[in-house]
Design a protein around this ligand. Structure first.
Ligand code: AOF
Ligand code: ZN
Length: 345
């Protein structure tokens, strides 16, 4: 058993970012006599599972995989979903060992995949690089368990703790490098959410515009009074879905999905998104929306820029507690600080 093969399987899995939701990111590596024969990953929602891709890749290259070992980031499935069970295939191919990153939180699979493989006489071990393997499926796990989307909050903040200056139109806070990271987040999460005030004052595109982007996130605007119906926002003309939550009877362009609700507080919004099959949302602003959703955040992506506003709005005007540092990175000259709720440590 070697952790470096699991590391590679995790790297493979990440290639599916943006296309697998609401399925999990999964990667697999096939090893024989210490040599890597093939790799594979879950490429898109409804597509072949990672193990199957790795098996078929090995066969394409003419390898005999009987007696080989497979490293897979998530427990192989036992159910007939959109594809037949991976455990059956692993048994049929004659693998000698299966190394699993983490068990599948899906109750149809959890523990059953491992048991089935063991009963077939295969050596099975789970919990290889488990912290990383779990992080890989954190969106899937939250959505599977709660039917509510994973909530990620993105904040760009000045050194003195403000997310916008008082001068009206929002100024650019973070650098180009930080911006690339933000687009990675837009590619990673299924949807992106902002309030009507930000939509109107910034007129953002809310698209994913770097070479690594696989698609645009679903754009969600919270607009209680229907202010955005009266303006011709750029985001209405972008490729992909736009959803407006509102309690007004205004009319929007035809391509915009309008959901009428009296209560636009986080809980009913998140429940509605969950029902629509949306597994994750990146809350991008502004201060009002951020401070409302902060207590629902499963993760905070905070970008600190070395500038000072002297005054402005802080998203932390409500009770803020129970978060801890997951990682810190530098996107020169900005600092990126990833926070997670203490309950998840
Ligand atoms: C794996 N490898 O690559 C994935 C797994 O509808 P299906 O057939 O695609 O099944 C989806 C379920 O299968 C999903 O909820 C999760 O439990 C598991 N996903 N399992 O062994 C994979 N994507
Ligand atoms: Zn499977």
């Amino acid at each position: 058993m070697d952790e470096k093969f699991m590391e590679l399987a995790i790297e493979e899995a990440r290639k599916g970012e943006g296309l697998v939701n609401p399925n999990p990111l999964v990667g697999a590596v096939i090893v024989k006599n210490g040599k890597i024969l093939s790799t594979g990953y879950h490429e898109y929602f409804g597509g072949r599972h990672a193990e199957i891709v790795a098996i078929e890749n090995a066969k394409k290259m003419g390898y005999d995989i009987k007696g080989a070992e497979i490293y897979v980031t998530l427990e192989p499935c036992v159910h007939y979903g959109k594809t037949p069970p991976c455990t059956d295939r692993i048994i049929r191919e004659g693998f000698s060992a299966v190394y699993i990153g983490t068990l599948d939180p899906n109750p149809m699979v959890h523990g059953k995949g491992e048991e089935k493989l063991k009963n077939a006489g295969i050596c099975v071990k789970h919990g290889i690089l488990e912290v990383k393997a779990k992080e890989l499926i954190e969106v899937f796990a939250k959505y599977m368990k709660t039917k509510m989307p994973f909530v990620a909050l993105k904040l760009a903040m000045s050194l003195d703790g403000f997310i916008t200056s008082m001068r009206g139109k929002r100024e650019r806070i973070t650098s180009d490098r930080a911006r690339e990271k933000v687009h990675r987040l837009r590619n990673y999460y299924s949807a992106i959410m902002i309030g009507s005030k930000t939509a109107i004052s910034d007129d953002p595109l809310l698209t994913c515009r770097y070479s690594f982007c696989k698609r645009n996130p679903i754009r969600i605007i919270l607009d209680r009074s229907g202010k955005t119906a009266k303006v011709n926002l750029k985001l209405f003309a972008q490729e992909g879905r736009t959803i407006i939550f509102t309690s007004s009877n205004e009319r929007w362009p035809e391509n915009v999905e309008v959901i009428r609700k009296d209560d636009l507080s986080p809980e009913p919004i998140l429940k509605a998104l969950g029902k629509m099959g949306i597994d994750s949302v990146l809350v991008e602003g502004g201060a009002n929306v951020a401070s409302q959703f902060i207590n629902y955040a499963d993760k905070i992506h905070l970008f600190y820029a070395p500038i000072a506003f002297g005054n402005g709005l802080s998203p932390f005007d409500r009770k803020f507690k129970g978060f801890t540092t997951k990682r810190v990175e530098v996107y020169h000259p900005d600092i990126y600080w990833e926070l997670i709720p203490c309950s998840q440590v």
